[in-house]
Design a protein around this ligand. Structure first.
Ligand code: AMP
Ligand code: MG
Length: 417
């Protein structure tokens, strides 16, 4: 085991730090202080790069477009010939990918298609709708401008320009953008390794009949889904019994193999809730309760260099705490630039009972009223065991700690999923 991490001294400098009931915003900031992003990177094929994180800036090796191209179907002409209305001889044609090889002299033009290279001698394109074709000649009216209907070399991107920056997550647009610049491989940070296990003697795998007292393990699946959306490498350790020795072994094993450990259950204060105790024994507890609902028991700490998130057992609380804390932490560890949290105001149609003291994340259904304003109602019963409330919801209604009861028609803050 390595020497004691320095973060405990960081904590000591935080005056109002209360590991027993951490305000949501303070918990977020505290976690951020411990997150050192990955530095190891690898080069991978662009085809496999979706969801990965750029480990280096991307500079354009070329001008885009690399030459002058036609932006329209029509006729490539010399601007001198546009000065007055007149007749031009069609001497050939140019298509996308098929270059017109000759030189265009005064009084001549070339039939041209969108995306075709502008023939030598030409500097303007007249749309086909604006000419009269008479055999091998065209008649052009007045009012055309030099350089019209041409995509100029370097107009979109100039050679050497920074197109993407390190920390950018690669989405379909970035894959296409890099391809358009000729990259076949891309330098990305290695995948973050996240070990995952559920705790609970009552848990049974779906596909097996339930004995009395058993329930199906749903947290494993919501977590696999949410981790899948982030593109991390999951080490799925299944279910571990509420047995101190087994849990300790699982934690030590996970800390050896992963960058981050995520568990669910066993963080409350019941008889068989060993997680916090074990974290203190083999690692360090930064906090273990958050002033929020759902999700009050949420342990964060470290085991060696491995980050540890002990999520609650309640299925809704697992999703809420993952989305409010773990997801951003994993993104930071993956080297990603911080993602903007989209939050705005909506008129709340449901009255909500709330006691001041904790930040609440109610599940809401957001829509627009007839005049285009945002309205939201809750999904009904907010019991933290009911996953259907997460399935029905399309947003969180975020009620700050100081807030009391909400009357129907009040303005509330919403976070769309
Ligand atoms: P715990 O935090 O372990 O006390 O669990 C709180 C509640 O969540 C209990 O009702 C558990 O049965 C339930 N629970 C814990 N883990 C899971 C799981 N993986 N899937 C579904 N429910 C769970
Ligand atoms: Mg339990």
């Amino acid at each position: 085991m390595e020497s004691k991490p320095s973060f405990l001294s960081t904590l000591e400098t935080m005056g109002d730090y209360d590991p027993d009931s951490m305000p949501v915003e303070q918990a977020r900031q505290l976690i951020q202080q411990f997150l050192a992003p990955l530095t190891e990177y690898e080069s991978i094929n662009l085809c496999d790069s979706l969801q990965r994180t750029l480990a280096a800036d991307i500079l354009s090796p070329m001008n885009v477009p690399p030459h002058d191209y036609s932006a329209m179907d029509g006729y490539a002409v010399r601007s001198e010939d546009l000065a007055k209305a007149g007749r031009l001889a069609i001497i050939g044609s140019a298509f996308a990918g098929r270059v017109f090889k000759g030189h265009v002299a005064a009084g001549e033009c070339v039939r041209i298609m969108t995306g075709a290279l502008i023939p030598e001698g030409c500097d303007s394109v007249v749309m086909q709708e604006h000419v009269q074709v008479a055999g091998s000649f065209i008649e052009i009216g007045e009012g055309h401008l030099r350089g019209q209907n041409i995509r100029l070399v370097g107009e979109d991107i100039t050679q050497g320009a920074t197109v993407l920056t390190r920390g950018q997550i690669i989405r379909p647009a970035e894959m296409g953008l890099m391809a358009s610049l000729g990259f076949s491989d891309v330098k990305v940070y290695r995948k973050l390794k996240v070990a995952l296990f559920s705790t609970g003697d009552e848990l049974q795998q779906p596909g097996t009949p339930l004995a009395p007292g058993e329930i199906y393990n749903s947290n494993r699946y919501t977590l696999l889904g949410m981790l899948g959306e982030l593109g991390v490498e999951v080490i799925d350790m299944g279910t571990i019994r509420d047995d101190k020795a087994s849990l300790k072994m699982a934690l030590l094993d996970a800390a050896e193999r992963a960058d981050v450990i995520i568990t669910s259950g066993g963080v409350s204060v019941g008889e068989a809730d060993y997680i916090k105790q074990l974290l203190a024994e083999i690692g360090e507890v930064v906090f273990w309760k958050i002033a929020m609902k759902p999700g009050k028991p949420l342990a964060y700490g470290k085991i060696g260099t491995c980050h540890f998130f002990g999520l609650p057992g309640n299925p809704v609380a697992v999703m809420v705490t993952f989305q409010q804390f773990v997801r951003d932490a994993l993104r930071a560890l993956m080297g990603q630039q911080p993602k903007l949290i989209i939050e705005f105001q909506a008129s709340c149609l449901s009255p909500i009972r709330k006691v001041p003291g904790r930040t609440e994340f109610q599940r809401g259904v957001l829509s627009k009223d007839k005049s285009g304003g945002w309205i939201v109602h809750t999904t009904g019963a907010q019991c933290s065991g009911i996953l259907s409330s997460m399935s029905k919801a399309n947003c969180f209604i975020v009620l700050p700690a100081s807030q009391g009861n909400i009357e129907a028609g009040s303005t509330v803050q919403v976070q769309p999923f």
